[in-house]
Write a protein that binds this ligand. Sequence first.
Ligand SMILES: [Zn+2]
Length: 301
Amino acid sequence: MATPLTADRLVAALRAEGVKVVEHRSWRTNNRNHVGSWGPVNGVMIHHTVTSGTVNSVELCYYGRSDLPGPLCHGVIAKDGTVYLVGHGRANHAGKGDGDVLSAVKAEAPLPADNEADTDGNTHFYGFECVNLGDGKDPWPKEQVEAVVRASAALCRAHDWGRVGPTSVIGHLEWQPGKIDPRGPGITMSDVRARVAERLKHPAGWNPGEDEEMPLTAAEIEKIAERVWEKDGLIEVPWGTEQNPEWAPKFVITDTGNILREVRSRIKAMEAQIAALQVGGVNLEALAEAVADKLASRLAE
Ligand SMILES: [Zn+2]
């Protein structure tokens, strides 16, 4: 499916992937759809802004420059990893690039060298501009690169890209001859692609390094249950000893069973005694009558 995502779906996909999203001004209707087509979309393109400062960079990408009207991308990725959405629809970010590269992106095949500028990229690519001077010195914080990975993965996931290969995500430098973006230190497209590919193996909310649920085999569950069952130190018991105040569930339950059995047999004995009292003929009615007679005869004296 290569129909561009609606604005709502785009926001939802980014947020689901753990991206902090800011909706900037009227981004939902900020586009260049009146000068050309938007879609079918086939991939994601990463750029650097050659600017510094978040507000300045976001406004530039929203409005554009005198020689290049905005939006200049769909999202601006700040140094802290926040993604500012500045456009939805056709945006001026990709320019003309190599049709052979587009073919490779569509096929998710290895990218050929970009040595032609014969194809309109603004139709086919989502674009993210990352705040960086691009001078080879301005560092890329890890939060920013993580946001590049997550934003790219969000779009790949939404479009079901990346099943064959990782080349749905490319750098501007891989598209248009003469371009150098994105330029490190701290980012390479091969690293971004590897991380996107890894993300796509996990649910959208995945955080790398986080403990993951690993399904246990029945034999493993049995072994764990057995160990827990027999392990002292799990349940504090009033009858515990100083050396061992916390017992294994196995002993707690065995003890509880013994106590219950004793209580039950005691109750049975008491029930028998009570029954014997009734059968043994302490007749309360008769006793009351005898007392009444005695009283009556005393009063009569
Ligand atoms: Zn660029």
